[in-house]
Ligand binder design. Structure first.
Ligand SMILES: *[C@@H]1O[C@H](CO)[C@@H](O)[C@H](O)[C@H]1NC(C)=O
Ligand SMILES: *[C@@H]1O[C@H](CO)[C@@H](O)[C@H](O)[C@H]1NC(C)=O
Ligand SMILES: *[C@@H]1O[C@H](CO)[C@@H](O)[C@H](O)[C@H]1NC(C)=O
Ligand SMILES: *[C@@H]1O[C@H](CO)[C@@H](O)[C@H](O)[C@H]1NC(C)=O
Length: 601
């Protein structure tokens, strides 16, 4: 197959589900309303040493923990941490997402209000194909800025983001491969470091976080050896990855090591799966010996959502819920995404399964992060990142960067007929299930509402006097049913034809792996039929995150050009058109690999 990583119909019911879901979970008011924690206008602030900016962050965190009752302590061990009114400590939401832009997936971000959208950068697998760490850094710097803008507008209940995903995309069928920088440990390491530094407010070179202060908190996930959703009845919640120590060291750990040591990430998430029999979130050797002791990790460790419960309910690893709680805390996990701690941590303490010192350790790590984020420093609008306003979200600069990222990532795979770039044409045929999908298709997963909607088709309009469009498949990328004859008619009346094919989130996503690498359904038949009927060799554009076997297209002379465009983000339609029509050259790197004039076999 083609030696490259290739990769959305974000089906509307998923969208509908997310929208509904978010209406349900955003019940609490945002945290950014007066009185602020440790506000100087509040006379009680003087009573709390944790509000004293003259003390170290460690002293302040220690002070908070020392004041909490057992019930209060237990309440803070989960992602939805309630307020502690007697100490003027507000509620906090740890679960927010920002894989390639501030997202509404997670529970603390509300993109409804003075900020209704955020810049949606290309899905990571495409941005990774730029092989440009500076670009990766600039993107996450913008994400951090937009996140603070959303927070300052009172639309965020937390500044912790559960990104980047630096798992190794080893199994090409993995539904979440699109979220990663690919299969290479080195690229994933560099990607992770750039992302963490940009998001957290560090410099590109690192080491510039003043006083350990954080613009936003990154979280490298999922620790470790995770690249399976659901395979023949074995799902990620129970999967036991058998990994040799050497493979662990060579393949799976380097990106996490870099994330901690070079990136200085303030967060790590332990994965659902087990490694050699031990659940990741209950693995003392992984979380404490490796991350904290060997790598000097000083942030917080969160579980993937409901992973703690699954260790008991699905993996049967411990005898009672209290044993699970004790296992994960003792292993070094600090925060549970879920509510098992709320239910069982107190009884675990009372049954003496876990000493209170382990809970204090977890709380210390958690409050340290909140203090580092400046959330116990009084009125946040007066602080370092307090002046970032809504005008810095979806700004022209940010959108230009999204466009640049898409253009830099797009890869030219074949140009045997030297057909690319195309000239301006009279009639352009645009065919395929991904051509006129709402722009949501271009975003991948872990998305938020984009600032702009540009479909692929719309991107092409400016380059042709007349555009003929046909979806080819009647059921999206699944393409179980195709209208090949009608697509062929479109091809016959067009000077040039562009086929916009590939996958979307109905074919590859979280909880959904593929079981083969071919294009789904009748896509291949459609492509070959259209190519055969076209006046000139056609251009095949693939939108997908995981690799697709296109040997048939490589060997078909009537397919003159092949372009991989991942999931190119909200301006992906524009980027692709600029690349196809020569307004932008995706770079010497890709043209060195596939010279424009090279007659390939
Ligand atoms: C912090 O230190 C400054 C300078 O030493 C002092 O003026 C101030 O009163 C101190 N603040 C608190 C709350 O102790
Ligand atoms: C957005 O906010 C408005 C006003 O608070 C509310 O009526 C509407 O239902 C919200 N929409 C969503 C999608 O949450
Ligand atoms: C493309 O999709 C949009 C939105 O679904 C629709 O309004 C438009 O008519 C479609 N364009 C064509 C040429 O079919
Ligand atoms: C983009 O399209 C979505 C869904 O079709 C719509 O809800 C949203 O308001 C649009 N955004 C813009 C900026 O036009």
């Amino acid at each position: 197959m083609g030696d490259f990583s290739i990769t959305i119909t974000f089906i509307s019911f998923i969208l509908l589900f997310l929208t509904r879901y978010h209406q349900l979970v955003h019940a609490d008011p945002p945290t950014l309303v007066p009185p602020y924690s440790c506000d100087t206008s509040n006379p009680r602030t003087k009573l709390f040493p944790f509000c004293n900016l003259n003390l170290t962050i460690t002293q302040r965190a220690k002070d908070i923990v020392s004041r909490l009752t057992l019930d209060e302590k237990v309440s803070q061990l989960v992602n939805t941490a309630p307020a502690i009114p007697r100490l003027d400590i507000p509620s906090y939401q740890w679960w927010n997402e920002a894989l390639h832009g501030v997202s509404y997936v997670g529970m603390g971000i509300i993109l409804n209000g003075s900020i209704p959208a955020a810049t949606s950068f290309p899905q990571v697998i495409l941005t990774a194909a730029s092989f440009d760490p500076k670009l990766w850094y600039q993107i996450s710097k913008v994400i951090g800025t937009e996140a603070r803008g959303v927070y300052n507008a009172g639309q965020a209940q937390g500044m912790n983001f559960w990104a980047p995903n630096i798992n190794i995309f080893r199994d090409p069928r993995w539904g979440r491969g699109q979220e990663t920088a690919g299969e290479d440990p080195l690229v994933n390491s560099k990607y992770g470091v750039s992302y963490v530094r940009g998001l957290q407010g560090d410099s590109f070179e690192g080491g510039k976080l003043i006083g350990g202060r954080l613009k936003a908190s990154a979280c490298c996930k999922h620790f470790t050896a995770y690249d399976l959703e659901n395979w023949k009845g074995v799902n990620r919640y129970v999967f036991d990855a058998k990994v040799t120590l050497q493979d662990l060291a060579d393949t799976y750990q380097p990106s996490f090591h870099s994330c901690v040591v070079q990136g200085r990430s303030s967060g790590i998430m332990c994965a659902y799966n087990r490694v050699n029999g031990v659940p990741n979130c209950a693995d003392y050797n992984l979380l404490t010996n490796t991350a904290r002791k060997k790598w000097n990790f000083n942030g917080y460790i969160a579980s993937d959502c409901d992973a703690v419960r699954f260790i008991y309910e699905k993996q049967g690893y411990a005898k009672t819920p209290e044993d699970v709680v004790a296992d994960v805390l003792r292993a070094g996990m600090d925060l549970e995404c879920g509510n098992y701690m709320t239910k069982h941590a107190k009884s675990a303490v009372l049954q003496k399964k876990i000493p209170i010192s382990q809970i204090d350790r977890a709380l210390h790590n958690l409050f340290t992060i909140r203090i580092r984020l400046g959330l116990f420093d009084g009125n946040p609008t007066k602080l370092q990142y307090g002046r970032i306003g809504p005008n810095q979200v979806c700004s022209k600069e940010n959108l230009d960067l999204a466009l640049e990222a898409a253009r830099s990532g797009i890869v030219l795979l074949k140009n045997t007929a030297s057909i690319l770039p195309l000239p301006r044409v009279n009639t352009l045929g645009v065919i395929g299930p991904n051509a006129n999908k709402s722009s949501i298709v271009l975003l991948g997963n872990y998305i938020g509402p984009p600032c702009k909607n540009v479909s692929i088709l719309k991107g092409f309009y400016t380059y042709a006097s007349q555009t003929h469009y046909h979806s080819g498949c009647t059921d999206g990328t699944k393409c179980a049913s195709a209208e090949i004859d009608r697509a062929v008619e479109v091809a016959k009346i067009s000077d040039y034809v562009i086929l916009v094919m590939g996958l979307d989130q109905s074919q590859e996503t979280e909880t959904l792996d593929r079981d083969h690498l071919e294009l789904p359904g009748k896509q291949q038949k459609l492509i070959n039929s259209v190519a055969k009927a076209s006046k000139k060799p056609v251009i095949l554009v693939l939108l997908c995150g995981g690799p697709v076997d296109i040997t048939f297209a490589k060997n078909n002379d009537k397919i003159g050009g092949i372009i991989w465009a991942g999931y190119p983000g909200e301006l992906g339609g524009r980027a692709l058109a600029q690349v196809v029509f020569g307004d932008y050259n995706p770079g010497l790197f890709s043209s060195m690999l596939y010279p424009l004039t090279n007659k390939q076999t």
